[in-house]
Design a protein around this ligand. Structure first.
Ligand code: GCB
Length: 609
């Protein structure tokens, strides 16, 4: 399932898309034998024939939908199914594809009883050609088994153990990362068609020569051609943002080519240009004339360059300073489920605050979210799902690399993606971390050498063994919170000392990837006291002073507060209804800190953009 391209399902003259979102049937795998569903072959009948099912929204995490703790805290398999029709008209000349935007953590998918997909590592799309198993002009059944178990060779890692309870024993899942292990069918499910010879993937790179924009593209196709027949021809057109043709019928039939865009409009980050996020549309037409087939796919293209050196990152030749935050895909009821109201609201808040960037902590975000970043000019640090990496092993390394292969395959054409982040808070002080992360970095550079590589590091610079391989050092530190709690008069010096020590050790650009303080919205205490809105604002102010001092030294490239919004975590005594370091509440209402950071980010924009 991981071979070939993973283009987002798109309607065109040659492609049809149907959504399988909606209400599915759902049930937990019964105790005590979690494999019951497999033994009894639930995928060969309607799930409702196997026992009681409940309605479950797709997309959504299943955890917070019911009043039942056993569903919220379930460990292991759950089952989903539904039926759908495939129109008779799709039989002609079409392939039928099934694509999931993300299922967490592992999934197996059957259509009409046939296994069509297996995927591991949530947060990333996967798809299959299901033409041979669908019934045209008839009802079909899709069944999905989802496993949320994390162990030492999954990404991210977790532990499962058996514990005693009042009623016997139970399997529990633990993990050290600080967000709830939501599970289920998290993003949209699509059925779509392509012609039998189709555009499988498109890769785009851009450059700038004088005021001419360069677009290099590479198209691959799929489908069966007779050995004797000649390959399909490929032509491309370029349209501007308003849909006017800039270039027509280019490419002379070749699958690869280079376009020159005179007086190009560049893709600029938010506020560096009156029209940030400018994108053209590359219209790719693949034709296999002797079969009368044409496939059309349109990919948005932002023309921009990324360069870096030992003190800065440059977009279109101009150094950038990141003002943003770490985020989560997280909200009430839905958990990590895709929700258009939420993503548009978040996007509006990001712009309201005047941020120009965020990190997709701690996993890849939905493609629908990334589309906004492309269009609005938001700079993305695109992070793979490796968080709190420990217990290094060859099996873990393979999976970690695989997560990056899948991430880069998905996001390689996005102008907003300026950095790859290969991990968050790995145990980077361990001797094995050296060769492990060297291998991860080599892998990423082999797949994409056009973007700088970074990582969010929690260990101190003196013990770290991994920064030598990175292009940009990101560090996470909770001065005034986990250390020197309540003592905001220690923040300024500590931040400056640490950032400087990273730069001295590795001679690379440095940014603060996380800092912050938990804050209960509405709690006011003055003088500043931990958990109050006043305290969060005070912690920020001290950091701002340090950042301004660091900016003057030339190697400090960004600040990202933790976190954009409050989010749910596993149950612990240090989390009051979840992590409360958001500048917005979980319902996206501003705390005092949101207004405070807004003043700073707009001032920075005025000064720097
Ligand atoms: C961190 C982690 C983040 C946590 C945060 C915290 O360093 O990267 O996932 O949520 O600290 O609030 O403790």
């Amino acid at each position: 399932a991981n071979n070939g391209g993973i283009l987002y399902p798109q309607e065109s003259e040659s492609r049809d898309v149907r959504s399988l979102d909606g209400l599915w049937n759902f049930r937990l795998s019964p105790e005590p034998d979690p494999l019951t569903g497999f033994r009894e072959r639930w995928f060969q009948k309607d799930l409702s024939q196997t026992g009681e099912t409940i309605p479950m929204p797709v997309p959504a995490s299943y955890n917070d939908i019911t009043e039942d703790k056993t569903i919220r805290d379930h460990v292991g398999l759950v089952w989903y199914d539904r039926t759908f029709y495939v129109p008779e008209a799709w039989r002609q000349s079409s392939l039928v594809w099934l694509r999931f935007g993300s299922v967490h953590y592992a999934a197996q998918v059957w259509v009409n009883g046939h296994l069509v997909l297996s995927h591991e590592i949530g947060h990333l799309p996967f798809q299959a050609d299901i033409t041979s198993v669908v019934k045209f002009g008839a009802k079909n059944r899709i069944t999905v088994a989802v496993d949320n178990i994390l162990h030492q060779t999954t990404v991210p890692q977790g532990h499962v153990s058996e514990v005693n309870t009042d009623n016997g024993t139970r399997i529990i899942q633990t993990y050290t990362f600080d967000f709830f292990n939501y599970a289920g069918i998290h993003r949209s499910v699509h059925l779509y068609t392509t012609p039998s010879i189709y555009i499988d993937d498109i890769s785009v790179h851009t450059g700038i020569r004088g005021d001419t924009g360069i677009i290099m593209y590479n198209v691959t196709y799929g489908g069966l051609l007779r050995a004797t027949s000649q390959g399909p021809a490929c032509y491309v057109d370029l349209l501007d943002r308003d849909g006017n043709y800039i270039i027509r019928d280019a490419g002379s039939g070749q699958l690869q080519g280079e376009l020159e865009v005179p007086v190009a409009r560049l893709w600029w980050p938010y506020l560096m240009d009156p029209e940030p996020g400018y994108m053209y549309t590359l219209q790719v037409r693949l034709s296999a004339q002797q079969w009368g087939i044409e496939d059309i796919y349109r990919v948005p293209v932002g023309i921009r360059t990324v360069e870096w050196n030992n003190t800065s990152i440059l977009i279109n030749g101009r150094p950038i300073y990141l003002r943003g935050f770490g985020r989560h895909e997280d909200s009430d009821l839905r958990g990590k489920g895709l929700d258009y109201a939420l993503i548009v609201k978040d996007n509006n808040l990001i712009k309201w605050v005047g941020a120009n960037s965020y990190r997709t902590s701690h996993y890849p975000y939905a493609e629908e979210i990334m589309d906004f970043a492309d269009r609005e000019g938001i700079i993305i640090i695109d992070e793979c799902p490796s968080v709190d990496t420990e217990n290094y092993s060859p099996a873990l390394l393979e999976k970690h690399k695989d997560s990056l292969t899948q991430l880069i395959r998905r996001d390689k054409n996005r102008p907003s993606v300026i950095f790859w982040s290969i991990a968050n808070e790995a145990r980077t002080q361990l001797p094995v971390a050296d060769s492990y992360f060297r291998a991860v970095v080599e892998h990423v550079r082999y797949l994409d050498s056009t973007r700088p590589i970074t990582m969010a590091i929690a260990r101190g610079s003196s013990e770290d063994r991994t920064g030598q391989y990175l292009d940009v050092i990101g560090f996470n530190r909770y001065n005034g919170w986990y250390s020197n709690t309540g003592r905001t008069d220690t923040i300024y010096n500590n931040v400056i000392a640490e950032a400087t020590s990273w730069h001295h050790k590795y001679n690379k650009p440095v940014m603060m990837m996380e800092y912050g303080a938990d804050t209960l919205t509405g709690l006011h205490m003055f003088p500043e006291y931990v958990w109050s809105e006043e305290y969060q604002v005070e912690v920020m102010s001290k950091h701002f002073e340090a950042f301004d001092r660091l900016r003057a030294q030339g190697f400090f490239v960004g600040e990202m507060i933790w976190n954009f919004a409050d989010f749910k975590t596993a149950q612990t005594i240090t989390r009051v209804g979840g992590n409360k370091k958001g500048i917005f509440t979980r319902n996206r209402q501003p705390k005092s800190s949101a207004h405070h950071i807004r003043r700073r980010y707009w001032a920075l924009a005025g000064e720097l953009d």
